[in-house]
Design a protein around this ligand. Sequence first.
Ligand code: 3PG
Length: 394
Amino acid sequence: FKTIDDMDLDGKVVLTRVDLNVPVEDGRVTDATRIEKIVPTIRDIQQKGGIPVLLAHFDRPKGQRVDRMSLKQVVPALEQALGQDVVFADDCIGGPAKRAVAALQPGDVALLENTRFHAGEEANDPTFAASMAALGGAYVNDAFSAAHRAHASTEGLARLLPAGAGRLMEAELKALDAALGTPQRPVMAVVGGAKVSTKLDLLTNLIEKVDHLVIGGGMANTFLAARGIEIGTSLAERDMADTARAIMDKADARGCAIHLPLDIVVARQFKAGAESQVLPVDQCPADAMILDAGPDTVAAIEGAMEACRTLIWNGPLGAFEIEPFDRATNAAAQAAARLTREEQLVSVAGGGDTVAALNRAGVAGDFTFISTAGGAFLEWMEGKDLPGVSVLLE
Ligand code: 3PG
């Protein structure tokens, strides 16, 4: 696909799709990571003589104008990240957008109001896309994290203007390729999460691609139950037992080692400071629930990780939001961080919960790459086509 380097941007208004779907509390941005990551793209467009006009969605207003979902509240954080004023237009098409864009000078940056205030955005309506396209002379997509959506601003626009990938999009795709596309082997995937049913596509794709698959979180309980192990009152999907067994059989046949808990941390209540116990995996009391993997499990994961060259991580190993059930996640994350620092391991992680867990463990900075994407990262790991990426490849 084309990048900013391959595009003629001189003197052009460059419609730049970014992801500004950032956490906001009381009208203020509480985590500016996604904003900081788009700065190189904006700078490089300016460097090439282009004027970046940013397009983005915020939350899910469903085609209505919803005041608390205005992108205006993101402007101060964007100005701070860029170190310059940002022109804001309170619509992404029509008079307000046209007037704001017409007044821009080289060196300026503008942000247009939430694209999802128009139903045409999610419908990928060609007329709506054409109204946006009329504002500019080129299109750069830097929103990997929204690339799983075939919307007007993520997909339709790429068909109407000369199109290319921004720097963050490039970096995300490169990291994902290094992790699952053409990785150095052996590869380990760590997958956590509550439900097997929502991660079936993911597990099925991963056992085809990786050498070690670590299963954590509530999902692991479903696998343990499928093996006939007593799991007490643990969160699990007992009706998924056959599916779990089929996954384990297929993994066996393909030479993918599945790592399930060898020991468990159990408690009778799920709350901070609840009395907990470490037990062998087959000793869960009938009235207790499994909330984390134990130290023997972590040691086994670490041992396997030592021999791996690549790690891809999505989902915590236990109920990491509550101490002491964050221990397995923290310890495994620290092992990954150490091996990455020692340049033995390429480590890539993504997904909202995962990044929060790695930040809590204080190791996010040590990973080779942390994706800004949640849903898009997952769909990519599932082996699905991302419309916003595919259209750039066409
Ligand atoms: C995200 O925050 O993961 C992306 O911006 C996509 O948002 P969406 O799930 O509302 O499409």
